[in-house]
Design a protein around this ligand. Structure first.
Ligand code: NI
Length: 205
């Protein structure tokens, strides 16, 4: 009896140690995951933006690195957009006008999500209707795709009845304000007024 009790005690000890080990392991894992999700929240803003290599309205290659030291006001859209895009480019232009001389420290950038139709001459003509300092960027489909991915922008051809070259694009309609270091500062929804946009930019100059 005494022998079997001892054996039983030993089994309890072994089981206890294994259970304790599993719990400690689980705890460490939960702690790590918790830390990861905290990091994710703290650096969530860093998820928007990143390097791009595109071509401007004069056919000149441009990268995001050229704009370090300026704030970038970035909008993704397309020149055939019937409503939201022109309104947004106008809001950006009006916000820059409202900033006066300070606007020199802000680079407005239009990036097409429709490189098939938006060639350099097409985007050049388009942005000429808005603020004179606009840089319009296009590129190969894969260059544009990479820029969209960096900014977490969604863009896709909408199904069209006629087919062919007469299509609309569904796309994210946010305006992104990026810092002098190229990092994300804030974004504006289409409901933002030029005054609100100017104010938010001025706070970060
Ligand atoms: Ni649009």
């Amino acid at each position: 009896m005494v022998g079997s009790n001892r054996r039983l005690m030993r089994v309890f000890w072994v089981v206890g140690i294994v259970v304790a080990g599993v719990l400690v392991g689980l705890g460490v894992r939960l702690y790590r995951e918790g830390a990861d999700s905290l990091n994710f929240i703290a650096s969530g803003s860093a998820l928007v933006g990143g390097p791009f290599t595109l071509v401007d309205q004069d056919g000149k290659p441009r990268t995001d690195a050229e704009f370090r030291g300026s704030l970038m006001l970035v909008y993704f859209g397309y020149t055939y957009c019937p409503d939201v895009c022109p309104t947004e480019l106008q809001t950006m232009s009006d916000a820059l006008d409202a900033l006066g001389d300070k606007a020199a420290k802000v680079q407005p950038i239009f990036i097409t999500v429709d490189p098939e139709r938006d060639t350099p001459p097409v985007v050049k003509d388009y942005v000429s209707h808005f603020h004179p300092r606009f840089i319009a960027l296009t590129g190969t489909p894969s260059q544009v795709d990479a820029a969209e991915k960096a900014y977490r922008v969604y863009a896709a051809k909408a199904p069209s009845k006629s087919g062919g070259n007469d299509y609309l694009m569904d796309h994210t309609g946010l305006v992104y304000l990026m810092g002098r270091n190229g990092k994300y500062l804030t974004s504006f929804t289409p409901q933002t007024t030029p005054q609100q946009m100017a104010q938010a930019i001025a706070q970060r100059l």
